[in-house]
Design a protein around this ligand. Structure first.
Ligand code: HAM
Length: 428
């Protein structure tokens, strides 16, 4: 027997029982993005592999071991995007979007990383991200972070904590990196294998280690805030003051370094303890030199991405259902001429842009059976066409969720008006 076909491990189907919740979240976040002046950009899922090596960094986990990279039929090395920022920067340079003005862009869609699947960590996952180009002022950091705080308010979410740090300028970070390396070299034997590897390539990432055995060593390591350059310190203090003035609470986490190389100055993460090990729901930071590094004109930038799987998991944990309300009218009829007229009625109702879902019963059976299916479909209204209605050109409108039985037979062209009137007269 042939092997059973299954989805790729770590890649999930989103079935109709959950897709309304996803749509509800996406619509609300998009509405907030619109209010802050962000415009949508849609980009390919596949990019030249070199783009990610040059942006995310050669010695990051993502580029070293998590990318879906393949040769296409021309022998070109392509990669399924592991994140969105690199593509946005590539497209911005390619289309001359960076002209010195402030440009706000958002995107959403699947990203791909070959990580070990577990709760909150998948191989195909979905982000909504935003990038703000053309301004280095801390006011833009504050605006962007305040927008993420607005997301949670909009969704009714609580319990997310904002962690904030500054990585300083490139030069300051290079000097700090050297000090950190010297410190950890002195304690080489105490490091785990992962940290020993990172020592030469990416020592800041050791600070991020979740290994409890390293906690004391890391706590005693030279601290990043003490090595900030003066300009970055002023920038960070201003950002903190602005967030205070906007009422956005945060904690400064001097060990927050992020796993992608393009950051400098501000970095932040929204975290929760409610999701187990994968508690970062939203994360981002400044990347003021990346556009220039990729051949564009100098363009400071800041952005973030949020993981939709984690956000939906957290909404579920807090009992919040973001799905837009579903309205269903169910058309019940007998086969033959009645069914033909029912089809016509459904077609007529669906032509209205604000129509609910109008479901035709095609399974047949007696009226009782059809009414049961109407109920199971969650219908609020049944529209019945039997022999009497067919002969008279009428439809019987029955409210299914009303406190007392309510129905009325009306001419076919008055069905909408009748539903509205009956609903307003009848307590639910
Ligand atoms: P990131 O921290 O790699 O940053 O990912 C952002 C968010 O995507 C994470 O906080 C998490 O919620 C979600 N995420 C990441 N990996 C997975 C996974 N394997 N499964 C489920 N969710 C995941 C970036 O991607 C940057 N591009 C963010 C950014 C934009 N920085 C500046 N602009």
């Amino acid at each position: 027997m042939a092997a059973k076909l299954q989805a790729v491990r770590g890649m999930n189907d989103l079935l109709p029982d959950v897709s309304p919740r996803w749509r509800g979240v996406e619509q609300r976040l998009q509405a907030v993005l619109g209010r802050y002046g962000y415009e949508e950009i849609r980009l390919p899922l596949v990019e030249p592999t070199a783009l990610f090596a040059r942006t995310i960094g050669e010695v990051t986990d993502i580029v070293e071991k998590e990318m879906y990279t393949f040769l296409d039929r021309n022998g070109d090395s392509l990669t399924l995007r592991p994140e969105g920022t690199a593509g946005v920067v590539r497209a911005g340079i390619e289309h001359g979007l960076f002209q010195g003005q402030v440009l706000r862009l958002w995107y959403q869609g699947p990203m791909f990383r070959h990580e070990r699947p577990q709760r909150g960590r998948y191989r195909q996952f979905h982000q909504i991200g935003a990038e703000c180009f053309g301004g280095a002022e801390p006011e833009l950091d504050a605006e962007l972070i305040a927008m993420t705080a607005q997301f949670w308010r909009e969704l009714g979410l609580s319990g997310l904590r904002l962690e904030l740090n500054s990585l300083g300028s490139r030069e300051a970070r290079a000097a700090y990196r050297a000090q950190l390396q010297a410190y950890f070299r002195e304690h080489y034997a105490a490091l785990d294998a992962d940290s020993q590897r990172r020592l030469e390539t990416n020592p800041l990432r050791i600070l991020d280690s979740k290994n409890p055995d390293l906690a004391a060593l890391i706590a005693a390591a030279p601290s990043l805030p003490e090595h900030l350059d003066a300009d970055s310190r002023v920038h960070f203090e201003r950002l903190c003051a602005l967030l205070d003035s906007l009422g956005v609470a945060y904690t400064v986490n001097p060990r927050l370094v992020r796993g992608l190389d393009y950051y400098g100055r501000t970095v932040f993460e929204w975290v929760t303890d409610a999701l187990g090990a994968q508690g970062t729901v939203c994360a981002g930071g400044r990347y003021d030199t990346l556009v220039e590094q990729l051949g564009g004109r100098p363009t400071p930038a800041i952005g973030f991405a949020l993981g939709l799987e984690r956000l939906l998991d957290l909404l579920g944990a807090q009992g919040i259902d973001p799905a837009p309300p579903r309205r269903v009218w169910y058309v019940v009829s007998t086969p033959g001429a009645c069914r033909a007229r029912a089809l016509q009625l459904a077609q007529q109702l669906r032509a209205q842009p604000d129509a609910p879902s109008v479901l035709m019963d095609h399974a047949g059976g007696n009226f009782g059976k059809q009414m049961q299916r109407a109920d199971r479909a969650g219908a609020e209204v049944a529209l019945i066409i039997g022999e009497d209605e067919l002969a008279a050109g009428t439809v019987t409108v029955r409210l299914l969720r009303a406190a007392r039985p309510t129905q009325e037979t009306v001419p076919q062209d008055q069905v909408r008006a009748a539903v509205i009137r009956l609903a307003s007269e009848t307590p639910a």
